[in-house]
Ligand binder design. Sequence first.
Ligand SMILES: *[C@@H]1O[C@H](CO)[C@@H](O)[C@H](O)[C@H]1NC(C)=O
Length: 173
Amino acid sequence: MHSAVHRMNALFTFSVLLLAVLCGAASFLDAFTSPLSSSSSYVRADAQVLRVNRFRKQLNGNDEVSLNLNVSIDMRSLFTWNTKQVFVFLAAEYATPKNSLNQISLWDHIILDKDQANFQTKVNSKYPLIDQGSNLRGRKVDIVLHWHVMPKTGRMVRDKLLLSDFHLPEVYT
Ligand SMILES: *[C@@H]1O[C@H](CO)[C@@H](O)[C@H](O)[C@H]1NC(C)=O
């Protein structure tokens, strides 16, 4: 009886050890198969501002902007056997005298597999850019694509790519 329990225990220990080794190997392997920090050179993307839907001063004095963008993304290269999903978001980034970096998410999306990783779409900014005060007129805004690659096992990889920049109008619409 002692020997049966002992064998079960040994088997259990071995299974756990094997699982740990497999997960370790998967993460290790993934370090070579996923493009990691250089992934931005594998991602092809473009985003252009087609239209400024709205640019006005709110009653409280803040500037409000809403944009229409043409977005095209090819992230097929990010999908390996170990990729669970890719979270992608488009951000408007700009500097003001108060803050060196203001970042506002314009649009986000979850890509679940390689077949859906190459597409083109027109989007309206989900969250309007609202600034504290009236200093957005004529301001340069960068459109930056950010992505988080979530693996089945191993660590998450984040990266970003500057797609374009544009200047907001000098006058309200
Ligand atoms: C949107 O982008 C795609 C791919 O970059 C391009 O072929 C298309 O002409 C663009 N559409 C507009 C309205 O700019």
